[in-house]
Design a protein around this ligand. Structure first.
Ligand SMILES: [Zn+2]
Length: 275
């Protein structure tokens, strides 16, 4: 059984604040160790549950956060950015299950460091009319490849979100959300043991099935009008309201590629303190 871990950082053990996840800061140096601990705890459980191969895909920011020198010896690490499928690179490589580790809730929702791709400027994303977190988007991409979501870790609200898009997946709440920048956190050793236990149990759900390619629609709402205008320059993308764009795609893979372009173009149009 080959398993993919898509590893984001905002939902990692102990993380509650911007500085914890911004590469180069003192806090980030501390939390990348805890983040690596979450990943290793997951690998430990997956292997105990029958995984024969585990690939960890870095999914946060520069995608160079995890400490390779401390990585579990049963895993391999896909580190670095500019990957066609971004957070989900590896889902196309015949894996039998995927773990969303360190995930968070979506833009416009409560939750620790909630956002969807851009930290601030996106206020909401909808997939086929349903308000969507990165987890929901990535689960749809996994479904297209016939890959089950085995486990989701993050704060308690991230786990609730996962129940709606991956009802068969297990979840581990490593912290309880108090506000966007505050949470009641488990000690790392306790969080790690919960993750290991859930990962091992989740392997009973592993096993690829036939994928289903279908058309999808994504809409994105920004906090400023000029970001929607900028994004609408992308072919197939139309401005559907003053701060909102939408586009249709023939598959979830194509939808996610277009979404990535939309976020890059909008990010490039952000100006100083007026956004
Ligand atoms: Zn992230």
């Amino acid at each position: 059984m080959r398993i993919l871990i898509s590893a984001d950082m905002e939902g990692a053990t102990g993380v509650t604040w911007t500085g914890d996840v911004v590469p180069g800061t003192e806090q980030w140096q501390r939390f990348r160790r805890l983040f690596t601990g979450d990943v290793n705890a997951c690998v430990e459980g997956l292997v105990a549950g029958g995984a024969t191969s585990v690939i960890v895909n870095e999914a946060h920011s520069s995608q160079r956060n995890l400490l390779l020198e401390d990585l579990h010896t049963s895993a391999r690490l896909l580190t670095g950015r500019h990957k066609p499928l971004s957070m989900m690179q590896g889902i196309e490589s015949d894996v039998d299950g995927v773990v969303f580790l360190g995930y968070h809730t979506g833009a416009g929702s409560p939750g620790v460091l909630a956002h969807t791709y851009l930290e601030n400027s996106i206020t909401g994303v909808w997939l086929d009319g349903v308000h969507a977190s990165e987890g929901r988007l990535n689960a749809a991409l996994a479904a297209e490849h016939g890959v089950p979501v085995l486990l989701v870790t993050g704060d308690d609200l991230t786990c609730s979100d996962a129940e709606s898009y991956a009802p068969s997946a297990r979840s581990v709440a490593v912290k309880e959300c108090v506000s966007r920048y505050a949470a009641v956190c488990l000690p790392p050793t306790v969080a790690f043991s919960h993750i290991t236990e859930a990962s091992a149990a989740a392997m009973t759900q592993a096993g690829r099935v036939a994928g289903a390619v279908a058309p999808h629609r994504i809409e994105v709402e920004f906090d400023a009008t000029h970001l929607a205008e900028a994004a609408a320059v992308v072919p197939t993308v139309e401005q559907v309201d003053v701060r909102r764009v939408g586009f249709d795609a023939a598959s979830m893979t194509e939808a996610m590629k277009a979404f990535k372009v939309v976020t890059h173009v909008a990010a490039g149009a952000i100006e100083g303190i007026y956004g």
